[in-house]
Design a binder for this molecule. Sequence first.
Ligand code: HEM
Length: 506
Amino acid sequence: MELTSSSAMWLAMAILAITAAVTKIAKGERRRRSTFESSDLTCKRPPPPVVNCIALLGLLPTLFRGDVPAMMNELYVKFGSVFTISVAGLLKVTFLVGPEVSAHFFQGLESEVSHGNLFEFTVPMFGQEVGHGVDDATRIEHGRFFVEALKPNKLRIHVDPMVKEIEDYFDKWGQHGTVDLKHEMEQLLLSISGRCLLGKEVMETKFAEVCSLFHDIENGLNLMSVFFPYTPIIPSNRRRDEAREKLHAIFSDIVRSRKQQQGDQVNKDVLQSLIDSRYRFDGRATTEAEVAGLIIGLLFAATHTSTHASVWTGARLLSHGKFLAAAVDEQDRIVGKHNGRITDHYSSLTEMHTLHSCIKETLRLHPPAPVLVRTAHKQFTVRTREGHEHVVPAGHTLASPIWINNHVPHIYKDAHLYDPDRFGPGREEDKVGGKFSYTSFGGGRNSCVGEGYAYMQIKAIWSHLLRNFELRSLSPLPKTDWSKLVPEPHGKVMVSYKRKQLLPTT
Ligand code: HEM
């Protein structure tokens, strides 16, 4: 998933916007847009201030240093919480920073603000039966299937196999040693996804093949595929298409065979939930191709985000002794409370508030999705904290820069500091500006359906590590590698471990 620019965050957003602009022109929508713009003229409220090409050129040195957040922050400080980047008048991206101006972005009606065709490039990744290949009503139903599969009573079922996978994985570590946390977390998170999302058929005989095909799909996501998602001239597009077809065939076989064995065996993984899902509008079951597309899409949404979040959590904890000690104390306390033997993993993980805050603070500083994008289908008005009102015209691409949202100074005190206590009683900075103060998992209609699952697996991993190992960081706190689509810690993250006297937790 490596992009060629020094800044994938910047590029991903720009590319999506360019795609939108080009598509719009191709569809001959210029006339419609000019109608909207002339109607804006009759409106008393001004459009957002525009960052023109000259101002953008001034930011190039910061961009070339690879410091994307600094560049975005410069724009925020200079232009405020609402501004439009315009490149030659063709490409217009309006940034909305902070909770005061984010409500419409997150919860406007689908007919007014949506992903539009910005994610067209995901259709050949997951198949035209799901995601942005289907109409809104079907996509909303698919979202409901995900919510059903990951809701708390299902999470309770997923936690035990999750914990088992984690125990098995770390049982293979020696008495002491040195590891690259990035490599370890990548392997572990794939195994957890294999077991809890994909199911036993994949884990028993097809895990390596599925992982390799999945990598071909991921590698099919690059600059060229975003512009030209369907052309077979691009080799990575061809490999992606072949991989998707093979994955669809594998999952279709599994779905067919599970349907035939119905009643004989009880599968409790997410795949089974998707097989059991029924459409509200006609009561029909999901097809094999739909289940295949949904599970590949879910694997994509779940794996990298949680892998990097787990690595960053370790990197942050191991470089902040105070919070590391607090997280270890919490483990001791919870294990002690259960007489040294945790049997109900779900309830115990739910009790780990300190660890939860440490992960939440990690995700504030290192959001795996640093910019979210939408298309405005209708003009709308935003009101800034200072009371200025702006009309954002229809046709603009909208961007919510999560990284900047998570650093807004009137919400987060000393925002650059790692301070999990900021979420604790008396401070609750994530609620200071209302429900869009903390947006690492998005918000509103399209917020992350896997948030609870993500916290469970990251907590399960770190609670196991903190209880069973003494860990020491051998690398300085990594910088962010913005050259990846999901920004990750730069380079290896080396950690030494020494097994503690094993606590009898199970
Ligand atoms: C630390 C881990 C994770 C982070 C930070 C994260 C973040 C996000 C964000 C920001 C969005 C919203 C995108 C938008 O508004 O355009 C999203 C959507 C989504 N996430 Fe996650 N995610 C994580 C883990 C997971 C996991 C573990 C799963 C599944 C098990 C998952 C499944 C999804 C799905 C299906 C969507 C699409 C929701 C929709 O469009 O309605 N995510 N995620």
